[in-house]
Design a protein around this ligand. Structure first.
Ligand SMILES: O=C(O)c1ccccc1NCC(=O)[C@H](O)[C@H](O)COP(=O)(O)O
Length: 225
């Protein structure tokens, strides 16, 4: 499987549709009411309904709801209304909460986001691998839970090989993505503020430039003369 590319903080149907057509494999919807990128369950449903369909008849990209310390009931209700197939837990949710959510939503991809500030936080990330499908490493900020534009210390992640797939997030942009991927080996990448004009308003030219940069990774290297 190729690199997964998740573009997070989608709030507009036409932008979600275009970003899916440009090559994103997942769209993220911020379900935390305090975020300037917040999308309600009905808004998410409107965006998902406008997505191109795969041959199987389901939307051609993954639809991930991003929650911060929400209740099981709110998450399950949002998944149903918003036609989501993934949930990203971006708060202080415990492994036990992940387990309970897994029992309620067995067919949904469960992603635990960890905001990394210390080496211990990386160990904690590893400990969640048994309880979720996927991990996501984001930058730590004392005030904001996500969408901060801050980068992680990629060199400290060069040996990060958890027991499940993982996404690299935090301050990724079309300008720094190749550098980030030279230093780390994630299964996917997650971008938000690095491809937007303003919170929730994506810059489609920057998304296009991101995919142009990623294409250079797949080019076979030029033969020596
Ligand atoms: O983006 C938000 O506003 C947000 C608010 C509350 C919780 C999570 C949030 N974003 C989660 C994401 O997955 C972002 O894509 C991730 O933090 C990276 O953001 P950025 O550094 O802007 O690329």
């Amino acid at each position: 499987m190729g690199l997964r590319v998740k573009i997070c903080g989608i709030t507009k149907p036409e932008q979600g549709r275009t970003i899916a057509q440009l090559g994103a494999t997942a769209l993220g919807f911020i379900c935390a009411p305090a975020s300037p990128r917040h999308a309600s369950p009905d808004q998410i449903a409107a965006i998902v309904t406008a997505l191109p369909l795969a041959a199987s008849g389901v939307p051609c990209v993954d639809r991930i709801g991003v929650f911060v310390n929400a209740s099981l009931e709110v998450i399950c209700q949002t998944v149903a209304i918003g036609q989501l197939n993934g949930v990203q837990l971006h708060g202080d949710e415990s492994a036990e909460f992940c387990d309970r959510l897994r029992q309620r939503l067995p067919a949904i991809e469960l992603i635990k986001a960890l905001r990394i500030s210390t080496a211990e936080a990386l160990l904690q990330a590893n400990a969640y691998a048994a309880w979720v499908d996927t991990l996501l490493l984001d930058a730590y900020d004392p005030k904001l839970p996500g969408g901060t534009g801050k980068t992680l210390d990629w060199s400290s992640l060069s040996q990060f090989r958890p027991a499940c797939p993982w996404f690299l997030a935090g301050g990724l942009t079309p300008d720094n993505i190749l550098d980030a991927l030279c230093q780390t080996q994630p299964h996917g990448i997650d971008l938000s503020s690095g491809v937007e004009y303003a919170p929730g308003d994506k810059n489609l030219l920057e998304v296009t430039r991101l995919f142009s940069q990623l294409e250079t990774l797949q080019q076979p290297s030029a033969k020596p003369l």
